[in-house]
Write a protein that binds this ligand. Structure first.
Ligand code: ADP
Ligand code: MG
Length: 406
């Protein structure tokens, strides 16, 4: 990782390959059969809409997790990761069943079990994992591990997953299953879709109602705009039931409105009918949370239209509106996120918003390249003045999905 005036950039693929091969060779004493990698992601817009069958728009990051792999004849599995110091886990495929492994091993080994359940001939293997995806920053280091392992293990088992989107969607679903069942994290599939289905210089418009994905070309490079993912370093507090509470509100609202999901309401109404729709709900949080979900789905659609027209100013305005909606209507923001958004906008960003589940994590910023240094300084300065942790600024670009590198 390179640090330039408070900005952190990802490893180059060559640096990533070298680090994984070096760890493999140092640990197992041989050269690996191959190296695979898969990226983290950041969602440009469309949060807390996935479980409402809505639309979201992630990009894959240049930050990837790298896996060097070789088959092992005797069914023995050894996995080493640079995560929290270097540890080697040793076991067999049967040990990986849900409940059998925990911590980082569940994320790293889970795909082996799921692929085998799906009928692939996954036997013993040696794996060395290295990563430059920030962990626990809401940038999906977990999916990066799962997807890189799954790509490699499937290929070793004689079933390489092609670049075909339907094929990639299948692998993404298996990785989501691994995160749900083996790691025990009830996530929805956005992360794995971004890691395996995103395209270079494109965002992935993911329809969470049916899993369909479309590539949206981004105008940022050609208009001299940068994308920043700014980790607030605020501690995650999602475990305290907030996520489940928001989900339950959305389900209750859908049921009171007589629909299967709030997406159906978004598709059959528009902003002019919003008050009439909300009148069908009791006053209070049910109304405000529903207002977030509906307006957020519409904002994703408007955002895509703006991007296709090369209209970054409108896209930026929609990001700021999205942040206000998540903060005021959905109540999932925290001071650390609001501070970074405020400082980035004050320092000349085109748009900024919290990204992901909230209660910590990262802010995504779109800004003219020439403003990036001022934004990096501005967010650190305002956080310092408010006594908040120092945010870390990652300059990113929309990158390609995972695949084999060596
Ligand atoms: P995020 O995906 O936003 O970074 P999560 O809590 O979903 O946060 O996932 C983080 C977990 O993923 C880590 O605690 C660890 O268990 C696993 N993980 C992340 N990176 C690695 C890695 N390089 N090797 C092994 N496990 C990893
Ligand atoms: Mg994750």
């Amino acid at each position: 990782m390179t640090t330039t005036s408070q900005r952190v950039t990802a490893w180059t693929p060559q640096e990533g390959i070298s680090s994984a091969v070096e760890l493999f060779t140092r640990t197992f004493g041989t050269d690996p059969a191959g190296v695979w990698a898969s990226p983290g992601r950041v969602n440009l817009i469309g949060d807390h809409v996935d479980y409402n069958g809505g639309l979201c728009l992630p990009i894959a990051l240049p930050h990837q997790t790298y896996v060097a792999l070789s088959p092992a004849e005797d069914g023995r599995i050894r996995i080493v990761s640079d995560f929290e110091g270097v540890e080697v886990w040793e076991g067999r495929i049967e040990d990986i069943a849900p409940g059998g492994v925990e911590g980082w091993v569940a994320y790293a080994a889970g795909p082996a079990w799921v692929l085998r359940e799906d009928g692939l001939d996954v036997g013993g293997f040696d794996a060395a994992i290295t990563s430059c995806v920030p962990v626990g920053a809401g940038l999906s280091s977990s999916a990066a591990v799962e997807c890189s392992m799954a790509l490699g293990l499937a290929e070793l088992a004689g079933r390489p997953f092609s670049g075909d989107d339907a094929d990639r969607a299948r692998l993404a679903a298996l990785c989501t299953r691994a995160e749900n069942l083996v790691a025990g994290a009830p996530t929805g599939g956005l992360d794995q879709a971004a890691s395996l289905r995103a395209g270079d210089a494109h965002a992935l418009l993911l329809d969470c109602a049916d899993g369909a994905a479309h590539q949206v070309k981004l105008p940022f490079d050609e208009q001299g705009h940068a994308i920043l993912a700014i980790d607030t370093h605020a501690s995650h507090q999602l475990g305290d039931g907030q996520y489940a509470d928001r989900r339950a509100s959305c389900e209750e609202a859908a049921s009171l409105l007589g629909v299967g999901s709030l997406r159906e309401v978004a598709d059959t109404t528009s902003v002019v009918d919003l008050d009439a729709v909300l009148d069908g709900l009791p006053e209070g949080t049910l109304r405000s949370r529903t207002r977030h979900v509906l307006t957020e789905i519409w904002r994703v659609q408007e955002f895509v239209t703006a991007l296709e027209a090369g209209d970054i100013a409108t896209a930026g305005r929609l990001m700021v509106e999205s942040h206000a909606s998540l903060r005021d209507d959905f109540e999932v923001s925290v001071a650390e996120l609001d501070t970074v958004v405020e400082a980035a906008m004050a320092a000349g960003a085109s748009g900024a918003r919290m990204t992901g589940g909230g209660f910590g994590g990262s802010v995504v910023v779109v800004a003219p390249e020439r403003q990036v240094a001022a934004i990096a300084e501005g967010v650190r300065e305002l956080a310092r003045r408010r006594g908040l942790p120092e945010p870390q600024v990652h300059q990113v670009r929309a990158s390609a999905a995972g695949g084999r590198l060596r």
